[in-house]
Write a protein that binds this ligand. Sequence first.
Ligand SMILES: CC(C)(COP(=O)(O)OP(=O)(O)OC[C@H]1O[C@@H](n2cnc3c(N)ncnc32)[C@H](O)[C@@H]1OP(=O)(O)O)[C@@H](O)C(=O)NCCC(=O)NCCS
Length: 262
Amino acid sequence: MLCPFFFFLRHSISLVTTPPSSTIPFTGTRFLSNEELEKLKALESFVYLLDLESGSFSVRVMRNDEMDLTAESFAESMLMPLGYGILMRFLVKQYLIERRTVMPRAVTLVGYFTDKDGEKGNELAGTVEVCFDERGANASPPTPLPPMNSPYICNMTVTKHLRRYVFIATKFLNYVGGAIGWHLLKESGELISEMASSKELYLRCRMIEAPFNMYVKAGYDVVQTDNIFILLTLQRRKHLMCKKLPVFNTFPEWDSDAKVVS
Ligand SMILES: CC(C)(COP(=O)(O)OP(=O)(O)OC[C@H]1O[C@@H](n2cnc3c(N)ncnc32)[C@H](O)[C@@H]1OP(=O)(O)O)[C@@H](O)C(=O)NCCC(=O)NCCS
């Protein structure tokens, strides 16, 4: 059972009046249609808040002024050899800037964790990229490729020291499940089911245990795997995984006795 302390503060899509053409927002590379403008407003007001005994965790869309922080956090989590950090941060930031121009067709979400003691303040805990349709898709995506126009999730990472963090439930909760990665994945799926018409959701997964286990647990199935010859192109082998979204998306609940530490 989902507890009442899972606050889904998703503001409903606020219908905006049709702007005269001269005021149609310009994202820097293109003008937005009315439909895109509505989606953009919905995305900007999207907030997911999980209130816990041990602190709180929230997910929302990355803002313009958070690109440096997000790039730094993402680069740090990539286990690059010493000295490559600055280059990686630069490249990730360029990528984030480029991806922001396709909003609201794709979006980067950021997750923040604040511990109850407040010692560390509001800490960037993870990021994930969500693509809603073909026009938001990456220009040169790695293989295996999802079908055209299908929404997908990519580039998920959780800040190293917060991986496998144990959320502590409030005493009013009889159930809480998953940690930062799980909730980022869950919210990405929920957002896609609200924003995209396709009911098939894809993601690529490197052939490593942590994300693979998480995706399988969340209901994703492997539909394709990179050929071994991909290694010759200096790329890692990956699985393409898919999950069918029900009309009203539900995320598998955790085992009732999992991770409840209240
Ligand atoms: C994969 C990743 C996002 C998981 O984030 P997380 O916050 O640690 O995940 P959670 O604590 O919410 O765990 C959710 C589930 O994932 C799986 N999982 C997470 N870490 C795992 C690990 N080290 N080994 C095995 N399974 C793991 C488990 O099934 C877990 O459920 P459980 O706790 O009931 O066993 C994180 O490890 C990460 O950022 N890794 C590096 C980047 C990466 O690989 N991204 C995915 C790209 S494909």
